[in-house]
Design a binder for this molecule. Structure first.
Ligand SMILES: Cc1cc2nc3c(=O)[nH]c(=O)nc-3n(C[C@H](O)[C@H](O)[C@H](O)COP(=O)(O)O)c2cc1C
Length: 232
C-alpha cells in the first residue's frame, strides 16, 4: 500500500505520535510532507489556477510536488493538532491550493480510487470541527471514503498524556487501521454520492461559459460524452 502523509505541524507531539501509530499498524510505502517546511505559502486569491491553469499558480512547483505524491498514493493521510478550534494554518494554506481539483472544476479521476484518513488531537475541544474541515477537503478533491480519528488528549505533548488514555488510543488506532486496510484492499472505486455529484457538476459544465479551462478539461476527459471518472 502506498501512503502519502501531509503533516500539518512540524512538532513530534501527540498528533504525530498517533499518526505514526497508524503508519506502524498499516505498513506500506510512506511519503511524507511536513508543513510549513515543505509548503508555507498562503493562497494569494489570484484565481489563476481556475482561469489559466494550475501551472500558472505562483506556488505551482511546491503544490505539484505534494499533489503528485497524493496522486500516486492508495491512502492519503492529513494530520493536524487543533489550533483555535480548527486545523493548523499551515495545513489550511496548502489545502487552499487544491481548490482547482474540486469536482466542480478539474478533478483528477485517479482520486476516485483512493482512501483518506484525517487525524487530529486537541487539549479539550475542536477535533470534530478540524476533522470535518480536513475531510471536506479530501472529499472535495474526490476521495470517496475518508475516515476520521480525533481525540482530546488533555495535554500539550505526548509525554503528558495519561497512560490509560494512551492504551485506549492504541486500541482505537488498531481497530480503525483494520477498517482502513480493508477499504484500501477492497479496490472500491467511487461512491454513490460522488456519482450524484458528478451528474450535477456535469450539467453545470454543459452550460459553463465562465471558466473555459474547466469546460475544456471535462470535454478532454470525455465526461460530457460517455466517459465516467469511476470507469477510467
Ligand atoms: C495555538 C494553539 C491553539 C490551540 N487551540 C486549541 C483549541 O482550540 N482547543 C483545544 O482543545 N486545544 C487547543 N490547543 C491545544 C492543542 O490542540 C493540543 O495540545 C494538541 O494535542 C497539540 O498537538 P501536538 O502535540 O501534536 O502539537 C491549542 C494549542 C496551540 C499551540
Amino acid at each position: 500500500m502506498k501512503i502519502a502523509v501531509v503533516n500539518g505541524t512540524m512538532r513530534s507531539g501527540s498528533t504525530r505520535y498517533i499518526t505514526q501509530m497508524f503508519l506502524d499498524e498499516l505498513g506500506g510505502d510512506v511519503t511524507e510532507f511536513w508543513l510549513p517546511r515543505d509548503f508555507s505559502k498562503p493562497c494569494l486569491g489570484c484565481f489563476s489556477c481556475f482561469e489559466n491553469g494550475e501551472e500558472t499558480c505562483p506556488h505551482a512547483d511546491d503544490v505539484e510536488k505534494i499533489l503528485c505524491a497524493l496522486d500516486e498514493a492508495d491512502l492519503v493521510i492529513l494530520q493536524s493538532p487543533v489550533y483555535v478550534l480548527g486545523m493548523s494554518g499551515q495545513l489550511k494554506c496548502f489545502l487552499d491550493h487544491t481548490g482547482f481539483r474540486f469536482m466542480v472544476h478539474r478533478p483528477n479521476p485517479e482520486m476516485y480510487r483512493k482512501t483518506g484518513l484525517v487525524v487530529s488531537t486537541a487539549g479539550g475541544a475542536g477535533t470534530r470541527a478540524a476533522n470535518k474541515a480536513m475531510k471536506a477537503c479530501l472529499t472535495g478533491i474526490c476521495i470517496p471514503r475518508v475516515y476520521r480519528y480525533g481525540v482530546n488528549v488533555f495535554a500539550m505533548d505526548w509525554e503528558q498524556v495519561a497512560e490509560r488514555k494512551k492504551r485506549k488510543i492504541k486500541r482505537q488506532v488498531r481497530a480503525l487501521s483494520r477498517r482502513v486496510q480493508r477499504r484500501v484492499r477492497s479496490g472500491k472505486v467511487g461512491s454513490f454520492s460522488q456519482k450524484l455529484m458528478f451528474y450535477l457538476m456535469r450539467s453545470v459544465q454543459k452550460k459553463n461559459d465562465y471558466l473555459p479551462k474547466d469546460r475544456e478539461y471535462w470535454i478532454g476527459q470525455g465526461w460530457l460524452g460517455k466517459e465516467r471518472p469511476w470507469k477510467s
